[in-house]
Write a protein that binds this ligand. Structure first.
Ligand SMILES: [Zn+2]
Length: 132
């Protein structure tokens, strides 16, 4: 177990982009995903993803969502909404994509100016009628 942890730890590389700390570790990211955000950090699966400005923008939108919900409530809300949508869609990927936080992030990830104009708690408008 200790050896596993050390192995995991030395696999992590750290980068900084516009004052956001980004970790690269293929073991941190669940299968089928390329990045995840745990405030105040972004985790990416591979170093080459640092060049993916759309993915980074997506994760930055999550950073903003997490910050404005004071972090912990974000995760509770996120998981609850996922479970409700999983019951509704009966499909893991569809449930994930339709979480309001993900709808907001996927809808606006290509707009690199989005975070400059985004209203407070903007994810709320994605709770309804935005099936992806
Ligand atoms: Zn996301």
């Amino acid at each position: 177990m200790v050896e596993l942890f050390i192995l995991w730890f030395i696999q992590i590389r750290t980068y900084k982009r516009d004052s956001v700390m980004i970790f690269i570790s293929k073991y941190m990211i669940p299968k089928g995903y390329t990045g995840l955000t745990l405030f105040p950090f972004i985790f990416l699966k591979h170093r080459k993803l640092l060049k993916d400005v759309i993915l980074l923008n997506h994760e930055r939108i999550h950073l903003k969502q997490q910050l404005e919900m004071l972090v912990l409530p974000f995760y509770m809300f996120y998981v609850s909404e996922f479970l409700i949508r999983l019951g509704y869609y009966q499909n893991w990927k569809k449930a994930y994509r339709n979480i309001s936080f993900e709808r907001e992030a996927y809808t606006n990830q290509s707009n690199l100016e989005y975070l400059k104009v985004r209203p407070f708690w903007a994810f709320l408008k994605y709770l309804r009628n935005h099936d992806i």
